[in-house]
Write a protein that binds this ligand. Structure first.
Ligand code: SIN
Ligand code: FE2
Length: 192
């Protein structure tokens, strides 16, 4: 479900991204095969998504700093819970991690599904900040022609239930006349 403009006060969220990334810097993780991902990533919450030659997983400490990931900012947790509720997934969504993706010009994410979590009963809540981009929903198969959804800053996309393990991808951020356009995506998950 697309909740268009649901994140009304994006200033608070952008400020929280600054705080999180000051403590756990954005970095380009490598795929298990050794290729650097084009989106820069960091996390907050009780664990953080990570990838390197050992595979995809959640880490309780940030391997870059050796410290726990920053606490989930209240503005994040409140928005995630309100979004899951508005999309029909109940009042009690309590994500224990938020992956923060930063897409600079040309960065994108290929088709994948979010499958490193233990708890698939909980939905995924995905928030767009900064520049717009086109989200591609493939569903149960990685192939075929996806449904295209343009995500604008403040938009929230929620998928769960039968769609929880659906394949999805996202295109590069749209650039403005001056070539500026950085998209930030917050992905809330119950991982542990
Ligand atoms: C993701 O699937 O982890 C990110 C999707 C997005 O940036 O919209
Ligand atoms: Fe994903």
């Amino acid at each position: 479900m697309l909740l268009h403009g649901f994140a009304a006060s994006t200033d608070d969220l952008n400020a929280a991204v600054e705080l999180v990334s000051a403590a756990a810097p954005f970095r380009h993780l490598k795929t298990p095969g050794g290729r650097p991902m084009s989106a820069a990533m960091t996390s907050c919450g009780a664990c953080g998504w990570y990838s390197d030659s050992s595979g995809y997983r959640y880490e309780p400490l940030d391997p870059l700093t050796g410290r726990p990931w920053p606490l989930m900012p209240d503005a994040f947790a409140v928005l995630a819970r309100r979004s899951a509720s508005a999309a029909g997934f109940g009042e009690f969504f309590a994500p224990d991690t938020c992956l923060v993706n930063r897409y600079e010009s040309g960065a994108r994410m290929g088709a994948h599904r979010d499958a490193d979590e233990r708890d698939f009963s909980q939905p995924i809540v995905s928030v767009t900040l900064g520049a717009a981009a086109t989200f591609l929903w493939y569903g149960t198969r990685r192939s075929g022609s996806p449904t295209r959804v343009r995500l604008e800053p403040g938009d929230v996309l929620v998928w769960g239930g039968a769609a929880r393990k659906g394949y999805h991808a996202v295109g590069s951020p749209e650039q403005d006349l001056f070539g500026a356009g950085v998209r930030i995506n917050l992905t809330f998950r119950k991982a542990l």
